[in-house]
Design a protein around this ligand. Sequence first.
Ligand SMILES: *[C@@H]1O[C@H](CO)[C@@H](O)[C@H](O)[C@H]1NC(C)=O
Ligand SMILES: *[C@@H]1O[C@H](CO)[C@@H](O)[C@H](O)[C@H]1NC(C)=O
Ligand SMILES: *[C@@H]1O[C@H](CO)[C@@H](O)[C@H](O)[C@H]1NC(C)=O
Length: 290
Amino acid sequence: MMGVVVRLTRILALCRGDLLLQCAGGFHQGASGFPATWTAPPAKMTDQENNNSISANPFAALFGSIAEARQFVAGQKEQLRQQTDDAAESPDDSDNSVSESLDDCDDSVAEINRSFLSQQEICEQLNINHMIQRIFLITLDNSDPSLKSGNGIPLRCVYLEELGSELDGQDWLDMNNVEQALFTRLLLPEPGKFLICMTSSGAPNLSAERDAGEKHIVPFLFSCFQRAKKEVTKVPENLLPYAVRCKALTVSNARTVLLTPEIYQGQDVPAQVVDLMLEGLQGASKSHDL
Ligand SMILES: *[C@@H]1O[C@H](CO)[C@@H](O)[C@H](O)[C@H]1NC(C)=O
Ligand SMILES: *[C@@H]1O[C@H](CO)[C@@H](O)[C@H](O)[C@H]1NC(C)=O
Ligand SMILES: *[C@@H]1O[C@H](CO)[C@@H](O)[C@H](O)[C@H]1NC(C)=O
């Protein structure tokens, strides 16, 4: 197939500035205290407001520092202003009728609108990918860790190479492929063999390796459930439905594991359930003793 292979890291590299402009466009604080919706940057922001909106924005973390982020946003705003000015000046250097020039102007506003929207979509896609990686500790992205955005990425993930090939080289997880990705992960006899480092600090970390490479699927799904529960309490409101769906996915897969354990070869499901319950009991009695 001649399809264009879209690499997430490429998109990231191309869009960093734009993404931040759009992600840093400002959040409304929802009643819950979560940022609720993305909005276009207001026409004029005071320095103070600007500083606050950038530093309070979780996606500012895509950048090395707030200063770097601010610089990008300033650059992007300048570019946007110039584009708008150019569009406004066009009547002077052409014989076009006024209405046609107005159309041109509308077109360029629509263009800016469109690119703004698609950046918003890319931004959301990136954040969904990161969230799925954090919950299930799986990835389709084996690019150089220094190219990844760093923040909000788990230290180790199981790399699902074959699934990536099946998806024509797509290197991010989304709500359309997460179910298949999780099922693929649960069927791996030796997930630990497919671990990759997700951050440039390749320092050994046994706990990160153990979590991502967990071979026993019952405790693995239980940990996924707990991580999903945590995401539900902390993601911005626009990601909340996806976090909730990921949590439901851990439950539905646990049900499949319990009802049809024969699908998952090499897993002693009843023994894993008993172990998990005993662990839970010990944990409960320990905290009771304290
Ligand atoms: C905003 O941040 C810049 C850089 O840190 C600083 O120089 C400036 O004084 C800040 N402005 C306000 C109003 O806090
Ligand atoms: C651009 O977006 C704004 C806000 O979403 C909307 O009010 C406006 O009509 C749009 N303009 C064009 C030309 O699409
Ligand atoms: C090891 O990984 C865990 C989570 O997987 C993390 O909480 C911990 O801080 C890491 N330790 C080091 C030394 O990086």
